[in-house]
Design a protein around this ligand. Structure first.
Ligand SMILES: Cc1cc2nc3c(=O)[nH]c(=O)nc-3n(C[C@H](O)[C@H](O)[C@H](O)COP(=O)(O)OP(=O)(O)OC[C@H]3O[C@@H](n4cnc5c(N)ncnc54)[C@H](O)[C@@H]3O)c2cc1C
Length: 426
């Protein structure tokens, strides 16, 4: 089983890898997808919120959707509430295990070979091809291809051995999928803000319909030494709203994962190597959403890979330009906003959320222009309205300070309370 030759080796059976393998196999390339786990989609870590744009662009069947989302309710640290409701469907919620399996099944149907329980360990270059050393059930195997698409997710092994060591800050997530939640609406995720509840990010309840939902949060380990489970247990026990929602609810499963929220900076292409999805930091730093961009990048990477197999030396650079064009601006925008939100003290964040809740014009601007996939589209229409409101409530200086810090400091890794910087586990 050593020295297998392919046109493209895809590492990882998530959205980026599944889409890359599907696209490459459809283009007639001899494609293999390696997945370290014994089955696709397990263990799952994700809330599964996926924009309508993904369903339209990739012609995904609605049977993959568990519920649809049109609205959101924001809970401020001080208990203030703001609700927004769009006139149309914004997103669907999928079960990632089923979603990933569906995608990889399409890749297999198109001719990709799927190897489960195979963990890629390192890559090396050899006369125009890349050798991938992998392990399976304690044994080792080596595969060879002119192109490797790395779609390993948030924690990567391969790129460093091939000369790319992306610097990425990871936030840590934990969710309890529960039944018997007392939710107000099946189309309305609830977001809970405040350093006490989720330092460096936020907590949420993602409705799944029929009283089921994913109660979760992420925390930034640079801002706290406590683990996510501490915050999630406290949220469920003590938060004035979530404790009521979860009272008497039953835990179905736990979902654990990490998100590279300050990524998208490092090179995502090198000779014989293309990196897609979380592995390339292609995630919105505001919400942690990365499925859609992973699908887009997976498809672009496969197209570039096909060109590289044909000898096109500029295909890697075009891949980078392609994804930057498609969503690079969103990554920059959401990273700046995340920085801004992290820099805002809780009282200012509360005033901001209350300002949205109490200002119908601001709400209408968000409802008309808001699109959780393309959040930067909100900037212009909302800013004028918002600045007027903030001036009224004397919030402008704090918000503007935080905004400037978010924009100017976007590249700085801030240290943890103890001076420790979260290290990527490679
Ligand atoms: C708590 C949480 C909630 C989230 N909620 C949402 C949400 O609601 N909506 C949204 O859009 N995004 C969400 N995300 C982010 C989303 O899950 C990711 O952006 C998305 O999964 C990225 O897809 P990917 O294919 O790049 O990586 P992954 O989905 O992580 O897939 C990587 C795959 O590669 C495999 N693998 C890794 N290393 C190797 C190796 N060396 N060899 C072989 N196989 C390997 C892994 O087992 C895995 O199957 C959430 C993330 C977390 C942690």
């Amino acid at each position: 089983m050593s020295g297998d030759r392919f046109d493209i080796i895809v590492i990882g059976g998530g959205p980026a890898g599944g889409m890359a393998a599907w696209t490459a196999a459809r283009a007639g390339l001899r494609t293999v997808l390696l997945e370290e786990h014994g089955e696709i989609g397990a263990p799952t870590h994700c809330s599964g919120k996926l924009s309508v744009h993904a369903f339209r662009e990739f012609d995904l069947p609605l049977s993959l959707a568990r519920t649809m989302l049109r609205a959101a309710t924001l809970y401020a640290p001080d208990g203030g509430v703001a609700g927004v409701r769009r006139g149309e469907i914004d997103s669907y919620v999928v079960d990632r295990d089923l979603f990933d399996r569906w995608l990889v099944a399409r890749a297999a149907e198109a001719g990709a070979e799927i190897r489960l329980g195979v963990r890629a360990r390192r890559g090396s270059r050899d006369t125009g091809t890349v050798l991938v050393d992998a392990e399976r059930r304690g044994g080792t195997l080596t595969m060879r291809a002119p192109v490797v698409i790395d779609a390993e997710g948030a924690r990567t092994l391969l790129p460093a051995s091939l000369g790319i060591a992306p610097r990425r800050a990871l936030i840590h997530g934990l969710q309890y999928e529960m039944e018997g939640l007392r939710l107000e609406a099946d189309d309305t995720p609830e977001l809970y803000f405040g350093r006490e509840w989720a330092p460096g990010f936020f907590a949420w309840i993602m409705p799944l319909g029929g009283g089921a939902g994913r109660v979760g949060l992420c925390i930034d380990p640079r801002l706290t030494d406590r683990p996510p489970v501490f915050f999630l247990e406290r949220l469920i026990a003590d938060h004035p709203v979530t404790s009521r929602r979860a009272h008497g609810a039953r835990l179905v499963r736990k979902l654990v994962g990490r998100i590279p929220v300050l990524g998208g900076r490092a090179p995502s292409a090198a000779p014989g190597l293309l990196i897609a999805g979380d592995a390339a930091g292609q995630v919105k730093a505001t919400s942690g959403g990365g499925i859609y961009f992973s699908l887009v990048a997976g498809r672009l990477a496969a197209a570039a890979g096909a060109a590289m197999v044909g000898g096109d030396l500029l295909a890697g650079r075009r891949y980078e330009q392609g994804w930057q064009r498609r969503f690079g601006r969103e990554l920059l925008f959401t990273r700046a906003v995340r920085r801004m939100l992290n820099a805002l003290p809780d009282p200012d964040l509360s005033r901001l959320i209350r300002a949205i809740g109490e200002n119908p014009l601001l709400q209408r601007a968000i409802e008309e222009h808001g699109d959780t996939q393309y959040q930067s589209r909100l900037l212009r229409p909302v800013l004028g309205q918002a600045l007027r409101s903030w001036r009224e409530i004397r919030l402008a200086p704090a918000v503007l300070r935080a905004l400037v810090r978010g924009l100017l400091d976007a590249d700085r890794e801030s240290p943890s309370p103890g001076g420790r910087v979260a290290a990527e586990k490679t």
